[in-house]
Write a protein that binds this ligand. Structure first.
Ligand code: NAI
Length: 477
């Protein structure tokens, strides 16, 4: 790991490769490039400090450099221990556009160290804006403020030994060290933060709970539920990156195999489509009758895990929920069944149970492990149960990430340019439909798609404006 300045990445000698790959990605990211053209001269982020916690990939590098070209002072960490592309991290550092703290294969302690470094500017104070993916920076700030309040009242420092949760132990250790340095670091940071824009379903769930209980300390924009995010990235992104992850990790022939996608939401729909397209016999599990019926209409067999656990070759969890594949399931699986998760957190698969089960772990290569049970059967677990498309492959392709990240850029501009207008309260907001439609429009040219113009007469007939929005808020796409 290299750190000869205010950054920490795996290997700076990868920077030139990173730059070439970033340049290739730029061509595939028309939304971000047009943000640079439209807003570059105005420098809307002048004076803004942005902390990003989002998979440090090549596509994210193009987002980071867009935010920087619009005037922001950017610090970045990844939101998963396995998702960094080291050449992307090095390329950004060498390009001098952001201070990056990220490498592929961080320990949990290193992950939270990187997060803490990224949120702390050299003058020892915090950020103005957060780009979050999964909500870890938002969580750190909120937990930090709570701990500082407790410390002020009782002088009791957070105690990492008070929890069994390995991740939360790291969070408490970071906050403890921070209070020892400055007992008001997170309180001051929260007061300074103009807002957060959140990338993913799981992070939005966390924000919704905070907003509903009145605990949210700053405004939040839900990027995930922009149509041009969740109906594209979650679906078509995973449709691309699930088979990519499976093939890079195991090289297994998917055709003719039996695949089970657990959860048929946006991500599950893309995953199931990919398995069907690769000619796997595809099963789906769901708790929601609407999603289950949708799966039926697409020709998938809806089952419970218990019904099929012993015949499936490839398992993929995509629920955003916990405890989906448990040890008892893994013990009933076929020899060499592949067990993987594409949801945000690793608690969809009972890794703790597997570790305690007495099964022998045989590392095959980075992010691919066989776990052999006493019966002699083994299963193949990808990325230690963490999101496999970023752990075992390189995540979604640039074009679909351009759509997601154009929404991120728009959300950040909205928050920052409205910092004194009172437009955003300490609540969770959606991206306005006009802007959602604009994001889509920015991506049509690259695909040589030609929109039909609505006539004034037609617009009146269906009761909309010729320039949109074209659908009511209730429309589900
Ligand atoms: P979603 O809410 O659209 O879908 C989740 C589905 O799982 C729902 O239909 C729900 O009914 C179902 N479900 C919940 N509990 C279940 C259970 N016990 N058994 C079976 N089904 C169950 O959410 P979305 O957008 O599909 O996201 C899923 C996860 O993937 C989230 O954690 C999200 O953050 C993450 N994500 C990961 C991406 C990646 O690149 N790896 C990209 C986008 C999202």
């Amino acid at each position: 790991v290299e750190a000869s300045g205010d950054f920490k990445v795996a290997d700076m000698s990868l920077a030139d490769f990173g730059r070439k790959d970033i340049e290739l990605a730029e061509v595939e990211m028309p939304g971000l490039m047009s943000c640079r053209e439209e807003y570059g001269a105005a420098q809307p982020f002048a004076g803004a400090r942005i902390i990003g916690s989002l998979h440090m990939t090549i596509q994210t590098a193009v987002l980071i450099e867009t935010l920087a070209k619009l005037g922001a002072d950017v610090r970045w960490c990844s939101c998963n221990i396995f998702s960094t592309q080291d050449h992307a991290a090095a390329g950004v550092v060498k390009g001098n556009t952001a201070n990056v703290f990220a490498w592929k294969g961080e320990t949990l302690e290193e992950y939270w160290w990187c997060t803490a470094k990224a949120v702390t500017w050299p003058d020892a104070s915090g950020a103005d804006l957060i780009v979050d993916d999964g909500g870890d920076v938002t969580l750190l700030v909120h937990e930090g403020v709570d701990a500082e309040k407790k410390y002020e009242a009782t002088k009791a420092l957070p105690d990492p030994a008070s929890t069994d949760n390995a991740e939360f132990k790291c969070v408490l250790a970071i906050i403890k060290a921070s209070i020892e340095r400055d007992p008001k670091f997170f309180t001051k940071m929260a007061a300074r933060i103009v807002g957060v824009s959140e990338e993913t379903t799981t992070g939005v769930h966390r924000l919704q709970v905070m907003a509903d209980t009145g605990k949210l300390l700053f405004p939040a924009i839900n990027v995930n539920d922009a149509v041009t995010k969740s109906k594209f990235d979650n679906v078509y992104g995973c449709r691309h990156s699930l088979p990519d992850g499976l093939m890079r990790a195991t090289d297994i022939m998917i055709s003719g195999k039996k695949a089970c996608i657990l959860g048929f939401g946006d991500v599950g729909k893309g995953c199931a489509q990919a398995m069907k397209a690769a000619a796997a016999i595809t099963y789906v599990t769901e708790i929601d009758p609407i999603c289950a019926l949708q799966a039926c209409m697409e020709g998938f067999q809806v089952v419970t895990l218990e019904e099929v656990v012993s015949i499936i070759d490839i398992f993929v969890t995509s629920t955003g929920n916990k405890d989906i594949i448990m040890l008892k399931h893994m013990q009933q699986m076929k020899n060499n069944a592949i067990v993987s998760n594409i949801g945000h957190f690793d608690n969809e698969i009972d890794m703790a149970g597997l570790e305690k089960s007495g099964a022998t772990k045989i590392n095959i290569k980075p992010q691919v492990d066989a776990w052999r049970f006493a019966s002699g059967n083994q299963i193949i677990v990808l990325a230690e149960g963490r999101l496999m498309n970023l752990g075992c492959a390189t995540g979604h392709p640039s074009f679909v990430m351009s759509s997601s990240f154009t929404n991120q850029t728009i959300a950040q501009i909205e928050l920052w340019t409205n910092k004194s207008t009172g437009k955003y309260d300490k609540k969770l907001y959606l991206i306005p439909k006009e802007l959602d439609e604009k994001v889509a429009r920015l991506h049509l040219g690259k695909l040589d798609a030609h929109l039909t113009d609505l006539t004034k007469d037609q617009a009146e007939y269906i009761g909309i404006k010729p320039a949109g929005p074209f659908k009511p808020a209730t429309y589900r796409y």
